[in-house]
Design a binder for this molecule. Sequence first.
Ligand code: FRU
Length: 500
Amino acid sequence: MTAATTTAETFRPALHFATRNTWLNDPNGLIYHGGVYHLYYQNNPFGSVHGNLSWGHATSTDLLNWTDHPVAIACDENEDIFSGSIVFDRHNTSGFGSGSTAPLVAIYTSAYKPDSAHPGIQAQSLAYSMDGGYTWTKHTGNPVLSRNSREFRDPKVIRYDGAAGSYWVMVAVEAKDFQVVLYKSEDLKSWELLSTFGPANATGGIWECPDLFPLPVDGDPENVKWVLTVNLNPGGPNKGSAGQYFVGDFDGTTFTSASTVTEGLQDPDRLGEYQWLDWGRDYYAGVSFSDAPDDRRLMIAWMNNWQYVNDIPTSPWRSPMSLAREISLQTNEGKLCLVQQPAGDWTALADAEPFCLSETTIHEGVQVLAGAAGTVQRIDVTLRPGSAAEFGLILRGDGVTGTRVGIRPGEAKLFVDRRESGQTDFHESFPSLDTAPLQATAGTYRLTIFVDRCSVEVFAQGGLVTMTELIFPAETSTELSVFAVGGTATVNNLQVTQFA
Ligand code: FRU
């Protein structure tokens, strides 16, 4: 084993999916089928950088432990297999089924190669599986939908059942036009344009990987709103790749949203007004599962940022997925907001009595929490501001380096500071101090933080604000500390659960 491989293995996550030794980007074709969660993903089966795009495949029964399988849909001399989705065609509308077996149908982007029949074009194609998602056959009539565009990609297909009827709806992007395009089909093969959405809100980079789904407002099934998510790169609130969302209505033809801003789009000062799936630097191309049990809306994103994707120091494997998150829609200060919670059964994985602390003053400076060290942990903490200008936790520390997750109450901000988080010099845009707006609730800040060897995912105020960031600390940097700057603060409650 080379030194580089050894280092890469120390970063290998315990709770997140990563490939054994190849490149990974967007999650694709997320579907719950046959009692398992299927996670397909953009994969280079032959290397550790973006290229030879094919769909890799992993499965899980608990969203925490993943089993990798052979490549599901492979690139060939004509096309790379770009991102897309999978539906269970239970009534065999596509005709790919046979006998009593209904097919799974993948709708993916054919990114046509220079020597193919459609050089440089991106168009939508189909493949189907008759064995529950393990082997796939490309449709001979591909592509099924072309606009002769070089930037038309990332189809997410859903089943619409509403006042306007019952049919398949595709959302995809014209990436450089900052537009989501909506299509309708009866059979997944022939598609008719319904409408377009955008440009709107954040347009500082191309639009990619959209999703569209209904959610009850505050859990009320009589009050359903639709959410349109769209990822953009760059142009996120803390630079680089990120995902924004719109809450509104979908009548079977058109998506409309009251929170749409179409004037002054590029103004960076407006980014804080828009709604973001995640405020961190490493949560991209998030899409939701089809057919998740109990109507749960579950999302997984790729934990990386196109700014430094090919350089993160984990080769030969590159990039983990995020944790699966359960998404709901809640009214917060009169505004409809997505709230995200880590999904999965954590209790079965915890391997020790949690470390607990309550009603403890954080004095100016840094206090190491003896007994709370670790590299794979869940931290649940409630903090109360005092006189300190900023306060919070230092993760994966060693007295010199560490990642600060903190609050600046005067500025109503949550921050993740990874400038001294360990290895940061592999790319100039990696060392960063990133912020998100965060208000106290009843005078306190509640954070749930997952640390998993090379990542930090923060769910603040019950998941109203999330921040996801990669970090590459030394294996020996394991300390957990609290800190305060310019005064004191208080830990109401702190619980640290170790997982590995
Ligand atoms: C997003 C993306 C998609 C595309 C895929 C290619 O990260 O650029 O738009 O389908 O990656 O790998």
